[in-house]
Design a protein around this ligand. Structure first.
Ligand code: ZN
Ligand code: ZN
Length: 584
């Protein structure tokens, strides 16, 4: 009895929305999913001429008998789905019965399969109809060969991106499948040369190593945690490991590579303030959840899935990553040679890993404009030199201040340079965030109410809900003859600049610009921290330096400023020796 059944027509239509075969990577994806669905343990992918000439996938899965083989080419046949209800319980991959007929309609497709118990069968299809039906050896598994893809759809062929990019997308598809199935051995060849292979021993780190390189894999940390709805596990790159695109965030849900905008932005949020702008992390995240929580998008080409209870997942991810980073010393090493990055010989990703860090232009302007700098309160430090070991920063001794900006420290591992502004900014930022987080903002009454200059529109908006919203920030206004004046401000507003900061908050709220109170506060905290911290080219006394380092060590993240730039970098002794050619 064959395994493949024919679906009832309405379900078939649900699934068949849209076209399956968009590009070569989507063909590879379909063939891989068929192989994985057949419980293959070894999958070989042979690609010739970037896939234009041939794509062949050889698996050692369950195979099909002659009856199933014929059914496989009937549109909307699938062994997996028997009723609408089952759609919600899809745990396996091969639920898109229309895939093979679709591929067969734009290529010459041959499929050879056997359950291993009896002689196999080989069917060849052209233009969607069978042109050959022959016996085949009783080799267990399936061999799918797709030749001359899109030969009969020149428009589609023309629409493809460059061969290199198409091929890169194919490699990426195989790599994602390999991450989701670390217990399956993958081997991909291009024009007879191996381009990617995994051991199939269930070791995700080994797959990451195969995708990237040893050094990258060494900077990835395992994590796993769960709550009532989800369990997550995977590997997170340390924030010192950065990429210039967000492509290196791989999401898998119940063993299916997926896309989910909420989950990927949550990951970016977890790295926020650890990474400079335009830098992205390397992450592999596997989600396990009851299939009932997963809304598999019926559109075959889209990997985007919807998740229920997604807020609980967000919380889980943020907490897990925060915990992970807390355990690490995230000091970026300065290297003579650029960081190796993932570039497959046949993939010419443009990267800009070496580009200089960009900082807020606002701050630059401000830093140049020394006259407006308010003085940082640094009380004389009366304590004895510290003997206690540090929490997060390494123990090191002070060497001196360089270029008026960088504090130099040393220990046996090498030289450490701390950007004094970035360090002070991190400390201040966390202090402001702390103050803002208080359930009831500490407020300060102004001696004289400050009149606010607001337009008629703004004034009428203030009459609405905006006023009570502003109260939550600790801002209170009084109204007299149609004019508003500021009466109370949060105590963390710098003295003498109440109007300026109140103005920023009020305008943001009135414009409805900010997505959330949290985001607005964060922006304010960064802004305040930047403007009220030690500047570059400011001389610091020794006790001010000790105090700065102690305070920095107490922060949640002493390694990057709130803009995500490094606070501290290290030049290792070995690297120095390499610079001076003492060692090679
Ligand atoms: Zn700054
Ligand atoms: Zn900064």
């Amino acid at each position: 009895m064959g395994k493949i059944r024919q679906l009832d027509e309405s379900l078939a239509n649900m699934i068949a929305a849209g076209e399956v075969v968009e590009n070569m990577a989507s063909v590879v994806k379909e063939l891989l999913e068929n192989a994985l669905d057949a419980q293959a343990k070894n999958i070989n992918i042979f690609v010739t001429q970037f896939g234009l000439k041939e794509i062949r996938v050889v698996d050692d899965g369950e195979g099909m008998d002659a009856e199933d083989l014929h059914l496989a080419f009937k549109r909307h046949a699938t062994s997996k789905i028997r009723a609408h209800h089952d759609l919600h319980h899809i745990m396996t991959l091969g639920f898109r019965g229309e895939a093979l007929p679709s591929i067969a309609s734009v290529s010459t497709l041959s499929i050879e399969s056997s359950t291993g118990e009896a002689a196999g069968r080989r069917l060849t299809l052209k233009n969607g109809s069978i042109i050959e039906d022959q016996p085949a050896p009783p080799r267990r598994g399936t061999i799918m060969t797709v030749k001359d893809l899109f030969y009969n759809t020149p428009a589609r062929l023309k629409h493809l991106r460059s061969e290199q990019r198409e091929f890169a997308a194919m490699v990426e598809t195989v790599q994602q499948a390999a991450l989701a199935h670390s217990d399956v051995r993958f081997n991909m060849h291009h024009n007879g040369q191996s381009v990617f292979h995994t051991s199939g021993r269930g070791d995700v780190l080994q797959v990451l190593h195969a995708i990237y390189d040893k050094k990258t894999a060494a900077q990835m940390r395992p994590f796993s945690s769960k709550n009532a709805y989800f369990s997550i596990e995977g590997y997170a790159g340390l924030p010192t490991l950065t990429r210039s695109t967000r492509k290196h965030i791989t999401l898998v849900c119940n063993q299916r590579p997926i896309r989910n905008i909420v989950v990927s932005s949550t990951i970016l949020e977890a790295y926020k303030s650890y990474l400079p702008i335009q830098k992205f992390p390397v992450v592999y995240l596997q989600i396990k959840a009851d299939p009932l929580l997963i809304d598999v998008n019926i559109h075959p080409q889209k990997q985007e899935v919807k998740l229920s209870e997604v807020n609980s997942l967000k919380k889980l991810i943020l907490e897990t990553f925060a915990q992970l980073f807390k355990q690490e010393q995230l000091i970026a090493d300065v290297r003579k040679t650029p960081e190796p990055r993932f570039v497959h010989p046949s993939m010419n990703f443009k990267t800009s890993e070496q580009e200089p860090y960009m900082h807020d232009t606002d701050e630059k302007v401000h830093e140049l404009n020394q006259s407006t700098a308010s003085t940082q309160v640094t009380e004389p430090h009366q304590e004895e030199p510290k003997t206690t070991s540090r929490q997060r920063l390494p123990d090191f001794e002070y060497v001196g201040q360089a270029i008026g900006t960088y504090l130099i420290f040393q220990n046996e591992s090498g030289l450490h340079l701390i950007d004094q502004h970035a360090a002070a900014e991190r400390i201040r930022y966390e202090q402001y965030r702390q103050a803002m987080r208080l359930p009831k903002p500490d407020i300060r009454m102004l001696l004289l109410p400050l009149p606010l200059s607001l337009s008629a529109d703004e004034r009428s908006a203030l009459k609405g809900s905006a006023q009570s919203y502003l109260n939550q920030f600790g801002l209170t206004m009084v109204e007299a003859s149609g004019q508003y004046a500021l009466q109370e401000v949060p105590y963390w507003f710098p003295e003498g600049q109440e109007e300026h900061y109140a103005d920023q908050v009020i305008r943001a709220v009135l414009k409805g610009l900010t997505p959330s109170k949290g985001a607005l506060l964060d922006k304010l905290a960064i802004d305040l921290a930047c403007k009220h911290s030690i500047k570059a080219n400011q001389h610091l006394t020794r006790s001010e330096i000790d105090r700065l380092i102690d305070d920095l060590d107490q922060t949640d993240n002493p390694f990057t400023c709130p803009h995500g730039r490094p606070v501290i970098i290290r030049i290792t002794t070995q690297e120095l020796e390499r610079f001076f050619k003492r060692v090679m």
